[in-house]
Design a protein around this ligand. Structure first.
Ligand code: SAH
Length: 352
């Protein structure tokens, strides 16, 4: 009775918030449609216990697509000569925040490639200016691997959170995907960020070429050990000007299973229904929410640069004004039976 055993494993995970490597692998390998729905229901009930039906909104500002890294899946990689590069000035970034503030956003996520133009001094100046002008907001940075000293400067300037997906916890896969980068350094960066005091987001992609269920189990157990405040999980989607252009995408289905497993392993985690999930399927983010996600990150970048931040093909919302995105996502959230929450949306252990 394999079916019954898998259901019992989901119950065990639901009660204990942990599961052995073998058991997690067993769930991933043998999940049928009925147990999948059961898993999502359990994950949703855990999110309701900890965060009620609230969905936190983060305004995403993609402020540069210059990057010195060469991640083979990513459309803004250094070697992509087709990428139409841009960077926003401090004034433009402040304007995005102003527009976001008027729309009610109280968290800004500044994301970009690893762009040497943004020295520590420039990052610090931008973070300080935002925090001085908008007193009640949280600032999240997502600008890649830096030294402990740099991270500390950003934190001291007022940055509250930092997103740095570990991408995959399988060393061999990591090294294939990231030429000239170090798996150990990425993991060290996450530990440094936690040590400094940031609310930290890790996370991984789903459906990378040759990624296996055993790899996902490594990701899950790594997250359980790291105990990040946020976890970003999105499907891999090929980008036509990268070496992975002809590979298959990850699936909505698998991404939602992994969202649910993360919700059960880390009941209080902040878990976005990602733009990549919404890009694969028009109802992808709604499915993510029903699988245990409780955050969405609508775009606040100026419309004239949106298409240029092309990490993958077919990204949604590239033509829409911030006000339109705000309304659109609100409708989707309410229709799915949840409520938009425009507050800072700190992790439950870090409320201010
Ligand atoms: N430079 C920053 C931000 C990277 S872009 C950093 O290093 O953290 C943000 C995320 O987009 C990445 O962490 C990666 O998980 C995701 N991403 C990049 N290319 C992608 C693709 N082709 N498909 C899906 N997600 C992708």
């Amino acid at each position: 009775m394999k079916k019954e055993i898998i259901k019992q494993l989901i119950d065990e995970l639901y009660i204990n918030h942990t599961l052995s490597r073998e058991k997690l692998l067993n769930v991933l390998e043998n999940l049928d449609e009925e147990n999948k729905q059961y898993l999502h229901t359990k994950a949703n009930s855990v999110r309701l216990q900890h965060y009620d039906d609230r969905v936190y909104m983060r305004g995403l500002i993609e402020f540069t697509n210059y990057c010195k890294c060469d991640c083979i899946y990513c459309g803004i990689r250094l070697s992509n000569k087709e990428a139409d590069r841009y960077r926003l000035s401090k004034e433009e970034i402040m304007h995005c925040c102003e527009v976001g503030y008027q729309l009610g956003y109280r968290t800004y996520v500044l994301q970009g490639g690893e762009d040497p133009y943004y020295t520590d001094d420039r990052v610090v100046d931008i973070v300080r200016s935002i925090k001085e002008k908008f007193k009640d907001v949280a600032v999240t940075l997502s600008i890649g691997e830096k030294s402990y000293a740099s991270y500390k400067k950003y934190y001291d300037a007022g940055a509250d959170r930092y997103l740095l997906r570990h991408e995959t916890n399988s060393r061999a896969l990591y090294e294939r995907l990231h030429p000239n980068m170090s798996y150990d350094n990425r993991i060290q960066c996450l530990r440094d960020l936690k040590d400094i005091g940031f609310q930290v987001g890790a996370g991984f992609m789903v459906g990378l070429p040759n990624q296996t269920n055993a790899d996902y189990v490594k990701d899950l157990l790594f997250l359980k050990e790291l105990q990040p405040h946020m976890v970003g999980i999105g499907p891999f989607i090929p980008q036509s000007d990268t070496p992975l252009a002809n590979e298959n995408s990850g699936t909505v289905d698998k991404t939602c299973v992994l969202l649910s497993l993360v919700r059960l392993l880390l009941p209080e985690v902040l878990l976005p229904a990602t733009t990549a999930l919404g890009s694969l399927n028009s109802k992808g983010r709604e499915l993510g929410l029903k699988s245990g996600a409780n955050v969405v990150m609508p775009n606040l970048s100026p419309t004239n640069v949106r298409e240029k931040y092309a990490l993958y093909d077919g990204k949604i919302c590239t033509g829409d004004e911030a006000a339109h995105c705000r309304k659109c996502i609100e409708n989707r959230i309410e229709k799915s039976g949840y409520h938009v929450d425009m507050s800072r949306g700190d992790h439950v252990t870090r409320g201010m």
